[in-house]
Write a protein that binds this ligand. Structure first.
Ligand code: AHG
Ligand code: MN
Ligand code: MN
Length: 337
């Protein structure tokens, strides 16, 4: 590829398919639809300050959290777009209590189930701060042609065939993996295409950024408190003290730490004894991405992608990012609890 050659997401998906004979055309078709849906959600995110789409809708989702209009727009749009693509037989979303079954003749033959957090970091919408979409794709367990069931969704993260996120930031990026490394595409608004901008991203083994909601400090387990103190101590050999950076939008915090090196943590707290983040459509896809970049993602003890899901909206504590940093916090948790 010469310096002037632009590789669009669609081209890249097609090229990757021809390079890997085991890759399947229907997954490529599905990913292509994700890219198109992302562009439309991006358009709405960009004009959020201009039209009456900002603000709360007065309804709350299954977690009892306020839903914003953009959450609903993104949710509806991804659902409709993936339904029309025909490769997906059912979708699970943060915004819907049960999964959505596509029961028409075409979609019933779809080989995949799709899980998503359609709008991540929604508390940041009103203040023009980066937000995201997270997605995870599995092959269904039930037979093609039959109705999808909960078993199709309750698969461990190791079974994901693709995962990714869209970051609506100072520029819009789509980052995804099908298990052959991760690549990032930046939306060029002048041509309306995601263009390959970050080839085979590697997460540095070490970093100098730690990210968590430190306002919860008093509620954290002892090991996490000790690790935070460790991050703040002065030690030239290990580049400490580290910098604290926290946006409050998982996609943005993870993206920064993925590129620069760092650790993202959402531990258990007294008030959230299982953690806050959702295993199936937040932690598993991010874990797949991070691992594909050479990083590590655990619940403080066990690999996230090996956890056995028991329900759609289950939560888990989450530690991910530069391998040596995740190893370190695990060490503290082992010793201090
Ligand atoms: P969502 O907007 O999809 O509900 O997700 C918000 C999540 C995640 O993006 C972020 O890491 C975390 O919640 C922030 O939580 P705190 O406000 O408790 O720090
Ligand atoms: Mn989220
Ligand atoms: Mn969300």
């Amino acid at each position: 590829m010469n310096q002037f050659e632009v590789v669009t997401l669609s081209e890249f998906i097609l090229n990757s398919q021809s390079q890997f004979p085991q890759a399947e055309g229907d997954l490529s078709h599905l990913l292509h639809h994700v890219g198109t849906a992302a562009k439309i959600v991006n358009r709405e995110v960009n004009k959020a300050g201009l039209v009456d789409i900002l603000g709360e809708m007065g309804t709350s989702n299954v977690q009892g959290e306020d839903q914003k209009k953009l959450d609903i727009f993104a949710n509806d749009h991804f659902i409709n777009s993936l339904h029309s693509c025909g490769e997906v037989c059912a979708i699970a979303s943060e915004e819907n209590e049960s999964f959505i079954l596509f029961d028409d003749d075409v979609a019933r033959n779809g080989k995949y189930v799709f899980l998503m957090d359609p709008l991540d970091g929604s508390s940041n919408i009103d203040v023009n701060v980066s937000i995201g979409t997270i997605f995870s794709i599995y092959k269904r367990k039930t037979k093609v042609g039959e109705k999808a069931t909960m078993d199709d969704f309750l698969q461990p993260g190791t079974e994901q065939v693709a995962a990714g996120y869209i970051l609506y930031g100072s520029s819009t990026m789509l980052v995804y993996t099908t298990g052959q490394g991760i690549n990032g595409f930046t939306l060029d608004p002048s041509i309306g295409e995601f263009c390959l901008s970050h080839k085979l991203i590697k997460n540095p083994e070490d970093g100098v950024i730690y990210s968590l909601n430190e306002g919860n400090y008093l509620k954290f387990p002892a090991g996490v408190k000790q690790y935070i103190k460790y991050c703040q101590e002065k030690d030239a050999a290990t580049n400490r003290p580290y910098s604290s950076r926290y946006i409050g939008s998982l996609v943005s915090d993870v993206h920064r730490n993925l590129l620069k090196g760092g650790i993202f943590m959402y531990p258990i707290t007294d008030s959230a004894p299982k953690g806050k983040l959702r295993l199936l459509y937040e932690c598993n896809p991010i874990a797949f991405i991070i691992e594909q970049a050479g990083g590590k993602a655990t619940d403080g003890n066990q690999r996230i992608m090996e956890l056995t899901p028991t329900s759609l909206h289950q939560r888990t504590p989450f530690y991910c990012g530069s391998t040596n940093m995740v190893n370190k916090v695990e060490e503290f948790i082992r010793v201090f609890g």
